[in-house]
Design a protein around this ligand. Structure first.
Ligand code: GLC
Length: 451
């Protein structure tokens, strides 16, 4: 059964969903306590943001051990309990996987810094000598997605001046070298580790990353040697080959590429099961623009027999209720777009809090935590503020402590408990839309006949 082809996935941004132990940061037990809510909402599966050991420079997207749970979220027992309980509620559990980079505190990266130039320890990352006098300039002009150069120079070493290492995101997230077989073997081990524990699949972060053409000169202006290189498809075939040993598990990519034809390559029959479209989230509230994004994606995935997978927002972009306009106009448009999204053929991705119609929070600078903010870019904290559960409780029921990001006062009007009682609320609209999907199955396009 290809359950994912029309499934509704609910993204739990773990730090901001529910805190069970009063430290102000969401955790696994917190999610477990909300399964009743999620069942009532009517979602089919969860996508958990990274739960692995991490110094939290990028809220868990900087990982020191892909096969351990960070104590801030809980432990392996908590994962097992959450999976078992979620399954009992009829909800599957998928987890984030971050294969493009590790934390700079990962034992591999520490070993790399402590090892000589050209050593196997350094080969798991991308180290290069600098250019110019004394190697003081970065090896090339690549930019990091988070702003600034994609290269950072390591400190000088006994054997001579430091080299530079590549990081397409923050300097605390060095990129792995995907021409190194140890890197492949380690990912396979990670996949099996979580599959054996019973996860239903993976959301693969930056699935168009991993492989780069470090020494290539771009042949055209839209040819980006940092991303979407042909070799990355071999990585996805490896992931798929491993998943195929486990029935009904799914690999879903966050794929940001330059056009629909490139996008479709990621969901060929031996690669990802689904790739999450980003064009819909990037479209303005404009019928022609929305239609073009939808048709583009449907044509692309249809050409390879894959189902589409729609997303209006996630933890990286402005929330729909703010993005489409301020105040009641933004809310009305966000509600309309939710219905568009949920009426489309294929799978759908909901971001926690959007079902409550949360707007972005306007945070004072001193409260911002996002790694991007420290690099001078706009911070993504506004869409990551903790979820309001009950207006009358301290921190609206998110925590008994101090929430890690301040929750704005106007979230008091958007608590889940109050919205459940109100048939006109955004939450009731989402519930009804999900109910209609269940009453009218057949949202997924049929797969192409097999070879
Ligand atoms: C993805 C994540 C984002 C993270 C980045 C680096 O884009 O969605 O939150 O910062 O990867 O891991």
């Amino acid at each position: 059964m290809q359950w994912w082809r029309d499934a509704v996935f609910y993204q739990v941004y773990v730090p901001s969903f529910t805190d069970s132990d009063g430290d102000g940061i969401g955790d696994l037990q917190g999610i477990r306590g909300r399964l009743g809510y999620l069942e009532l909402l009517g979602v089919d599966a969860l996508w958990l943001s990274p739960i692995y050991a991490s110094p939290m420079v990028d809220n868990g997207y900087d990982i020191t051990d892909h096969r351990a749970v960070d104590p801030v979220w809980g432990d392996l027992d908590a994962v097992d309990e959450l999976i078992a309980d979620a399954h009992a509620h009829g909800i599957r559990v998928t987890v984030d996987l971050v294969p493009n980079h590790t934390s700079d505190q990962h034992p591999w990266f520490r070993a790399a810094l402590a090892s000589p130039t050209g050593s196997p320890e350094r080969d798991r990352y991308h180290f290069r000598p600098g250019q110019g006098v004394g190697g003081a300039e970065p090896p090339n002009s690549w930019r990091s997605v988070f702003g600034g150069s994609a290269w950072t120079r390591e400190p000088a070493r006994d054997e001579g001046p430091g080299e530079w290492f590549l990081h397409l995101f923050s300097p605390a997230q060095p990129d792995l070298n995907w021409t190194n077989l140890e890197v492949w073997a380690d990912l396979d081990k990670t996949l099996r580790f979580w599959l054996d524990r019973g996860v239903d699949g993976f959301r693969i972060d930056a699935a168009h990353g991993m492989c780069k053409q470090l020494d290539a000169t771009p042949t055209s202006s839209d040819d980006d040697p940092r991303f979407d290189q042909d070799d990355v498809h071999d990585v996805h075939r490896m992931i798929r080959a491993t998943l195929d040993h486990y029935p009904e598990r799914v690999a879903i990519g966050a794929v940001g590429v330059r056009n629909a034809a490139r996008f479709a390559r990621y969901v060929r029959q031996d690669e990802l099961h689904l790739a999450v479209d980003t064009q819909l989230a990037a479209s303005r509230f404009d019928a022609e623009e929305v239609r073009a994004a939808i048709e583009d994606c449907l044509n692309a995935v249809g050409s390879v027999g894959a189902a589409a997978s729609w997303l209006l927002s996630d933890h990286d972009v402005s929330r729909p209720a703010s993005r489409y306009g301020a105040g009641p106009v933004g809310t009305a448009r966000a509600r309309a777009m939710a219905l568009v999204q949920l009426a489309l053929p294929g799978a759908a991705y909901l971001y926690n809090g959007d079902e409550l119609g949360l707007p972005d929070a306007d945070l004072p600078d001193e409260a911002r935590r996002d790694a991007v903010w420290h690099h001078g870019e706009d911070s993504r904290d506004g869409c990551r503020v903790p979820q309001p559960w009950e207006a009358d409780l301290p921190a609206y029921g998110f925590t008994t402590g101090e929430p890690w990001l301040p929750i704005p006062d106007d979230y008091a009007l958007l608590g889940a408990a109050e919205q459940l009682e109100d048939t006109g609320s955004t939450l009731s609209l989402y519930r009804r839309a999900l109910e209609l999907r269940r009453e009218h199955p057949g949202f997924a396009a049929p797969p192409l006949p097999g070879p």
